[in-house]
Each structure stands twice: as structure tokens, then as C-alpha cells.
Design a protein around this ligand. Structure first.
Ligand code: 5RP
Length: 257
């Protein structure tokens, strides 16, 4: 791995502890004006000081983030569908690597849909993106997106994560599940978890705690932070779990809800 690649990864996964709190606000790329992200600039400004990186689309980056910001950017570069469209898995690469370089991002993110209608297309997208990004030393985060009809169990998620790593992804994002340690063990690159749909704060913090305990290097969490009654309190609580190994119970007690 070359210096640039290592340097960019170390901006996201903090080398001192090998952990990361990624803030995901890319949901609008297929969900439109997602609850909690109606005014992206405002919520991003409030949460950014507590995030190790920010995952979002090119449009949101340009319009809603101060270019003087020093928090590393993870740019979503796949899309082309919507929640009311034909099939969520029908994605393409939406941003050139040249533009990602121009935007000075620390990594790019792309979804794969293993078992989905357009599985082949999304895996090909990943392979193509990795090959292009290797030329510039830009890490690729593969998001193991799960279609409505797919089960989120260890067997399925291990399959998706391992395929992502085999195709060259540098970091894999997936969901927490029973026997999650098996998913992590069979994936040779760092794994972060998504939070998924909004659930009670206590449960979301337990999810983060269990994921770390079972081997995830961190979270790439969105809705359970920005849709919380106390978004800043919630990202700080998640941060204390990821970076300081605080228990979910203790982290929950710090919330103003
Ligand atoms: C959408 C994504 C989101 O970033 C991801 O789902 C993380 O957000 P959340 O914690 O809300 O699930 O990659 O495909």
C-alpha cells in the first residue's frame, strides 16, 4: 500500500486507537429530503466537530460544508436510483475519481448489492472504482447495501463483506447482526457498521457497543444520530463508546432526552 493510501486511511481510522466515528449524511442520494437532513448545512455544522469523518454526496459537500473544514470527507460516488424507482440495486458510478481528487476527499464510498437484481453491475462498479482509485491512492469504502427482500444475517453479510474485500475495497461498511464476530473475522479489511433505521437511543448505543466488542473498527452512523432528540449528545455518546470503550449504559446516561 502506498504512502498516500495509508495516509488517507489513517485520517479516517485513527491510528492511535484503530477506531473511527464516521458521520453518514448521504441518505438524500436515493431518499431525497430525509428526516433530520432537511437543512443539511445546519445539522452538519453542529455534528461535524464530533465526527472523525463525514460521508456525503458531491452536491451536499459543495453546498453544505465549509471548504475550510478539516474533517476528512468520504464521498459517496454511487447512485442513480430512488426509493420509488425500479430497483435500488440499479446503481452506477456517479462521480469521477478526478472530481473526487479535486474535492480533496480522503476516501470514496460505493454500494454493492450482493444478491440484488443488479448485483453484477454493482460489483463491477466496485472493481472499476478500486482500479481507478489505486492510481491516486484513494481508499474505497464498500457499502454492503441490503435490499428489502434480503436478510441481514451473518451468512449473508459475511458473503457481501468478503466479496467487497476480495474486489479490493479498503474498508467495508455493513450491518450489525447475530454472530457479527464471524463477519469481521472473515473480512480481511476493517469493518464499520451502519446504524440503520432510527431506533431508541439506548438500543442504538448498545448496537454500537456490541459492534465494537465484536471487532468493528467503528461506526458509519446516520439516522440514529441526526434523527435523535439530542443529535449532538448522541454523536458524543457514540464517540465515547468507540474511542473510550464506555459502556452503552453510561453513554446513554449522558443524553439529554
Ligand atoms: C445508505 C448509506 C448510509 O450512509 C447508511 O445507511 C448509514 O446510515 P444509517 O446509520 O442511517 O443507516 O450508506 O446506503
Amino acid at each position: 500500500m502506498d504512502w498516500g493510501m495509508k495516509n488517507r486511511i489513517s485520517r479516517i481510522i485513527k491510528p492511535e486507537i484503530g477506531r473511527t466515528v464516521m458521520l453518514a449524511v448521504d441518505h438524500g442520494y436515493f431518499l431525497g429530503p430525509t428526516t433530520g437532513l432537511e437543512e443539511p448545512r445546519k445539522i452538519i455544522a453542529e455534528l461535524l466537530p464530533h465526527a472523525d469523518s463525514l460521508m456525503l454526496t458531491r452536491g451536499m459537500l459543495r453546498t453544505s460544508v465549509d471548504p475550510m473544514n478539516s474533517v476528512p470527507i468520504v464521498l459517496r460516488v454511487s447512485g442513480g436510483n430512488s426509493i420509488i424507482g425500479d430497483d435500488l440495486s440499479n446503481e452506477t458510478i456517479t462521480v469521477s475519481v478526478k472530481d473526487a481528487v479535486r474535492l480533496n476527499v480522503s476516501a470514496v464510498a460505493l454500494s454493492i448489492y450482493v444478491g440484488g437484481k443488479y448485483e453484477h453491475q454493482t460489483l463491477k462498479n466496485l472493481a472499476t472504482l478500486v482500479s481507478e482509485c489505486e492510481e491516486y491512492g484513494i481508499p474505497v469504502l464498500a457499502v454492503t447495501a441490503v435490499g428489502k427482500e434480503m436478510t441481514r444475517d451473518a451468512k449473508y453479510l459475511s458473503l457481501a463483506c468478503r466479496i467487497a474485500a476480495e474486489l479490493g475495497a479498503h474498508i467495508v461498511k455493513t450491518y450489525y447482526c447475530e454472530d457479527f464476530e464471524k463477519v469481521v473475522k472473515s473480512c480481511p479489511v476493517p469493518v464499520v457498521i451502519a446504524g440503520g433505521k432510527k431506533i431508541p437511543e439506548k438500543d442504538a448505543l448498545e448496537l454500537a457497543y456490541n459492534a465494537i466488542k465484536d471487532g468493528a473498527v467503528g461506526v458509519d452512523m446516520g439516522r440514529n444520530i441526526f434523527q435523535s432528540h439530542d443529535p449532538v449528545g448522541m454523536i458524543k455518546a457514540v464517540r465515547s463508546i468507540v474511542h473510550e470503550n464506555v459502556s452503552a449504559k453510561k453513554a446513554f446516561e449522558t443524553l439529554k432526552i
